[in-house]
Design a protein around this ligand. Structure first.
Ligand SMILES: [Cu+2]
Length: 146
């Protein structure tokens, strides 16, 4: 009987701590590039976004965030300016882990703070491409609950 009571108590206490903690989370920078006319896939039409692009945490509870760059060519960076969070540039197919504790509640944006840049490479047609990369389209929202 005592064993059962201790087990039930353990489950309740365990659930309480799980419910009170922020989960560790993986967030990816992903690209999509739908073909245009003639079936051509042009780098200039690339779309980039964060997956997920909406995340929620609780103020005062530590967060582990793994940021993955799934882009095959460009480096990207992750920042939550209002919480003073910013990673180093993340090369293609690499990731970085950031640990922080949200210090204030509210709704904030997260983004890639890198300046506009041009990548030059030879594409699948054998043509040299100068791809203008505007990182300001990579936006997401973080809600920090009280
Ligand atoms: Cu970027």
């Amino acid at each position: 009987m005592i064993v059962i009571a201790i087990s039930v108590l353990g489950i309740i206490v365990g659930y309480y701590f799980l419910a009170a903690s922020n989960p560790s989370l993986i967030i990816r920078l992903v690209t999509t590039n739908p073909p245009v006319e003639d079936g051509l896939i042009l780098p200039q039409n690339e779309k980039r976004s964060w997956d997920p692009d909406h995340i929620e945490f609780t103020v005062g509870v530590p967060v582990i965030l793994v940021v993955v760059n799934n882009d095959d060519i460009e480096s990207h960076q992750f920042s939550i300016p209002e919480l003073n969070i910013e990673t180093e540039p993340i090369p293609p197919f690499e990731s970085t882990t950031i640990e922080f504790t949200p210090t204030k509640s509210g709704t904030f944006i997260f983004l890639d703070p890198r300046p506009e840049e041009t990548y030059t490479y030879v594409d699948y047609r054998g043509e040299t491409v100068n791809q203008l990369v505007d990182h300001s389209i990579e936006l997401g929202e973080i809600v920090v609950n009280p």
